[in-house]
Design a protein around this ligand. Structure first.
Ligand code: ARG
Length: 255
């Protein structure tokens, strides 16, 4: 009896958290906007040499928090738990992690409007990109993807049917290490991360072939939260003032 009661209480608690969507009013009341991010994805989110989580996404989240008149608190969450559980459970108020807007994800979370145009590409070891063409060279190859990402969907939808073996990594860095070691022929990743890798680690990685699919990134909120509209207002302000372009220049545009 006592057991059943405890189970019931646990279930009710779980349902309550699941149903909870942080609102503008609540965020203002507590004075903090909690951002969840997987900081292994430079230039969007990564740990600097000082250990601080920074990047293009972080600066945009800071602007959203500033417009709400609250401070930003950043929580590092692995991508597997970030999307969508961290947001649907109310553990964080918002997620930004170069997260692609998809119809499937939009069933369970609310997205802001698109804030960055991206694409999925093949990342290979520098020196042999010419040896890897899509789709000709995919058959019989092992190709890495990060779990729970649109890269994994590309792997399953496009590459597996062409005869590739898909290897799933929990984190992006693990996949990159295996590309470098030659344990996988390629890793599927987001286009800006490759240009960024080439800048930070010259001569190690290259993009092979053309873009597999184009996609747009969005900020993520609990389903129905009015924070999504607030984020859109900040985005519009950043674009109108020229600050959005400044952030692109600071983090992404190659010089
Ligand atoms: N854009 C892809 C997606 O939404 C990959 C994002 C991975 N982000 C990260 N911080 N590891 O699924």
């Amino acid at each position: 009896m006592k057991r059943a009661l405890l189970a019931l209480l646990a279930l009710t608690a779980a349902l309550q958290t699941a149903a909870h969507a942080a609102t503008v009013a609540e965020v203002k009341k507590k004075g903090v906007l909690v951002l969840g991010t997987d900081p292994t994805f430079s230039p969007f989110e990564f740990k600097g040499s000082d250990g601080q989580i920074q990047g293009f996404d972080v600066d945009i989240a800071r602007a959203v928090a500033a417009d709400l008149g609250v401070r930003l608190e950043i929580r590092a969450v692995g991508f597997g738990a970030l999307m969508p559980q961290s947001v649907t459970s109310g553990r964080v108020d918002m997620a930004m992690s170069a997260i692609t807007i998809t119809a499937e994800r939009a069933k369970v979370v609310s997205f802001s409007g698109p804030y960055y145009r991206s694409a999925q590409v093949f990342i290979v070891r520098a020196g042999n990109p010419g040896k890897f063409a899509w789709p000709a060279d995919v058959k019989g190859k092992t190709i890495g993807v990060q779990g729970n990402t649109t890269g994994q969907y590309v792997g399953g939808d496009l590459l597996k049917p062409k005869g590739a073996t898909i290897k799933v990594y929990d984190d992006f860095a693990g996949g990159l290490a295996d590309v470098r070691a030659g344990r996988v022929a390629a890793l599927i990743g987001d286009a800006p991360t490759v240009t960024d890798l080439q800048k930070r680690l010259p001569g190690q990685f290259a993009q092979a072939g053309k873009e597999l699919v184009a996609e747009d990134y969005g900020m993520v909120f609990a389903k129905g939260s009015d924070l999504a509209a607030a984020a859109n207002r900040t985005l519009a302000r950043l674009k109108a003032s020229g600050d959005y372009q400044k952030l692109l220049n600071k983090w992404i545009v190659q010089k």
